[in-house]
Design a protein around this ligand. Structure first.
Ligand code: N2P
Length: 347
């Protein structure tokens, strides 16, 4: 017994000398981010500079992230929701107000993203990346350019189309194809979109629903068309020269993902340090270059240069942006969206 006690004492002393008296949360932060959405070197640089350990956890969709945070249980110090989800989380008191005094690099961001309508005055979020939703396609199969969502229903591409297992993205582009607003709460319009997606499945055009694996399948030549986010399109096109990206003429979604501090965060100080680190020009440039998404950080754009800023996937021309719409929280219609999604994907 005495042996155990002295061993325990030795262990405690050892832990104290290593970590001082600080609780573990002061020496670490838990970051909850999308799959494939950071340059891993950035995490190493942050850990080296601050001595704060990053526990890095990934999610696939906004809805998955939301449920995890809503349920409690796990606590995250920094999360990366999209615009419409930030709107919902603010409404539901799920975020802490940011201390802008601790975020001196915030002013590197483009003016239009310093005061976004989903979070006026950026009280709860700072922008991380932005982009569009479109079709990544293999030109050797299509035989040329495509410009309509109709291609994703075209029986020429049987068992060759990948849709996103993400309720707002797939329903949103289907609503655009039908000529409706992608934020609609109209039951009849949503029902029509549902039928359209069921038709895509039943006609055999749909190969599968997926999220992050869509880009890999397109790069590997395992499908002809896939619904993707612009950054994934950019990195895929660099890996396979037969691939092209279009934002269809019927319109699409333009989005911004932010960095936020959930109300249940344990290391708020560390979270601010991490968020500010991510907004340093050289760090934002490293992330943008690695993941292919467009940074709102104007100082980073200068580092990236014309190879990026003149690329139409990275920096879409005005006519493309003019036909794109931001998602908004659909509030009490969210349940209708989710029920439709379950019905479509369940069988
Ligand atoms: C990249 C995640 C992109 C998030 N895999 C799009 N909102």
């Amino acid at each position: 017994m005495r042996k155990y006690l002295s061993l325990l004492l030795a262990l405690c002393l050892c832990a104290l000398s290593l970590f001082g008296c600080a609780p573990a949360s002061e020496n670490s932060i838990t970051v909850y981010n999308w799959e494939d959405y950071i340059n891993p070197e950035v995490i190493d640089l942050f850990e080296e500079e601050t001595g704060i350990q990053v526990n890095y956890v990934r999610f696939t969709t906004n809805e998955e992230m939301y449920i995890k945070l809503e349920k409690g249980g796990a606590s995250y110090d920094v999360a990366f929701p999209s615009d419409y989800m930030i709107e919902r989380m603010i409404q539901n008191d799920m975020l802490l107000p940011l201390d802008h005094e601790k975020l001196p690099n915030f002013t590197n961001n483009a003016q239009w993203l310093q005061d976004p309508d989903y979070d006026p005055d950026s009280l709860y979020s700072v922008p991380y990346m932005w982009g569009t939703v479109g079709i990544l396609y293999n030109t050797t199969v299509t035989g040329g350019e495509i410009d309509s969502w109709g291609a994703m229903w075209d029986e020429k591409y049987k068992k060759n189309v990948l849709m996103m297992d993400s309720v707002r993205d797939s329903l949103g582009v289907t609503l655009c194809y039908l000529g409706y607003d992608l934020n609609t709460r109209d039951e009849a319009q949503l029902e029509e979109a549902k039928q359209k997606l069921i038709e895509q499945k039943e006609s055999g055009v749909l190969l599968a629903y997926g999220v992050d694996e869509i880009k890999d399948k397109l790069v590997g030549g395992e499908a002809a068309l896939g619904l993707v986010w612009s950054g994934d399109a950019l990195t895929s096109m660099a890996l396979n020269e037969d691939l092209a990206y279009c934002v269809p003429k019927e319109g699409s979604n333009v989005w911004v993902d932010g960095m936020v501090i959930p109300a249940t965060a344990k290391n708020v100080e560390g979270a601010h340090l991490f968020i500010d680190f991510m907004m340093r020009p050289e760090i934002a440039a490293m992330n943008s270059e690695y993941i292919g998404y467009s940074t709102p950080n104007e100082a980073a754009l200068e580092i990236l240069g014309p190879e990026y800023t003149e690329d139409p996937t990275f920096n879409p021309p005005q006519d493309v942006l003019d036909r794109c719409t931001f998602f908004h929280d659909v509030s009490d219609a969210a349940k209708m969206y989710n029920d439709i999604w379950i019905e479509i994907t369940a069988n």
